[in-house]
Design a protein around this ligand. Structure first.
Ligand SMILES: *Cc1c(COP(=O)(O)O)cnc(C)c1O
Length: 341
């Protein structure tokens, strides 16, 4: 199968499988798993934070960050497109009594500081307490520049807010900006990283922050049922993902450009090439195309894509240029058959 649906679909490498098989383990709820402890210690240091926590998913890492930063009755500012507003089942509100205050994202994915300022509530019993700004980098494949990160830091400091970065794909941002990851991390109080997306680990995310924040987040992790036992099995693969795979993201980004350019040559498809900054391509198909039918026909040729228009296509470790050539060939065949019918 050639799977363009997401960068979460990668299979663990041989080195990961070996590391998982050989991992030293213990009960992580007791703090006894040496492989988890080593990963957390290393990851905190590597990203310039005092402390780190390994957890099961990016959704959980974001939720625990919100729970550690905010009290019941607090609110966090975020984008309408923010994953931790739109795509996490409303967890902050449902599970933590924390209210999101979304703001429209600008076209480049940023949040306008004027609009954010207007959304900060006065200290008055009518309002939730605004305590946190949560931003996302990358957001829908777009990169927030370092200058924006610095402005967000200034904005939050001036307004006495904490700053969380949903960095599910922050390594894609670092790769696209051609900077070390710490150039991005330096501006935020906490950051989540998905290890199971472009970095290719089978399971796991990290939350990074101060010692006090991670201590609180660990408490909440247990409360939401996220305390894991011999988690060294998956932490072993996560460490390899962090050490070996950031350097490979540039290839995914090059492949995304290659894919976007090839798609753009098809008369029924259009892609805004200037929006292809990392590993995501959004392809708009002509209205005459039956997307459901197209998806089924491609599936019969062992190609998986999402049923949506615009269609998001994501490049990752398990997609090569040859796979992209194969996809374009099969897509061309399907579209041609469609025209004849
Ligand atoms: C995927 C993603 C998450 C959540 O990660 P899961 O591991 O799928 O729960 C959070 N934020 C962003 C921006 C993501 O893309």
């Amino acid at each position: 199968m050639i799977d363009f649906r997401s960068d979460t679909v990668t299979r663990p490498s041989k080195a990961m499988r070996t590391a998982m098989a050989n991992a030293e383990v213990g009960d992580d709820v007791y703090g006894d798993d040496p492989t988890v402890n080593e990963l957390e210690f290393w990851a905190a240091k590597r990203h310039g934070f005092a402390s780190a926590m390994f957890c099961s998913s990016g959704t959980q890492a974001n939720l625990l960050a919100l729970m550690a930063h905010c009290q019941r009755g607090d609110e966090y500012l975020c984008g309408q497109q923010a994953h931790n507003y739109k795509f996490e089942g409303g967890g902050a509100a449902i599970l933590a009594s924390i209210q999101p205050q979304p703001i429209d994202n600008e076209n480049d994915g940023t949040l306008c500081f004027k609009k954010l300022t207007a959304a900060i509530k006065p200290d008055d019993a009518h309002f939730a307490r605004t305590t946190l700004l949560s931003i996302e980098n990358t957001i829908n494949g777009k990169v927030l520049p370092l200058s924006y990160m610095a402005e967000a830091r200034d904005f939050t400091t001036r307004n006495n807010l904490a700053l969380h970065l949903d960095g599910a794909r922050v390594y894609n941002a670092a790769s696209a900006l051609n900077v070390d990851i710490t150039e991005i991390c330096q501006y935020v109080d906490s950051m989540s990283i998905c290890l199971s997306k472009g970095l290719g680990a089978p399971i796991g995310s990290l939350l990074l922050g101060s010692e006090a924040l991670i201590k609180s987040a660990k408490r909440w992790r247990k409360v939401v049922g996220g305390g894991m036992r011999q988690a060294g099995i998956i932490a072993a693969a996560a460490k390899i993902a962090l050490e070996e795979n950031p350097a490979k993201l540039q290839q995914d980004h090059d492949n995304a450009k290659y894919l976007a350019t090839a798609l753009n040559r098809l008369p029924e498809v259009s892609v805004n090439l200037s929006h292809v900054e990392t590993n995501m391509v959004f392809a708009t198909f002509a209205e005459t195309i039956d997307i459901t039918n197209l998806v089924t026909k491609l599936k019969n040729k062992n190609i998986l894509v999402s049923t949506a228009n615009p269609m998001r296509l994501v490049t990752h470790l398990d997609i090569s240029q040859t796979d992209i050539d194969c996809f374009i060939q099969q897509l061309t065949n399907v579209l041609n058959a469609n025209t004849k019918a």
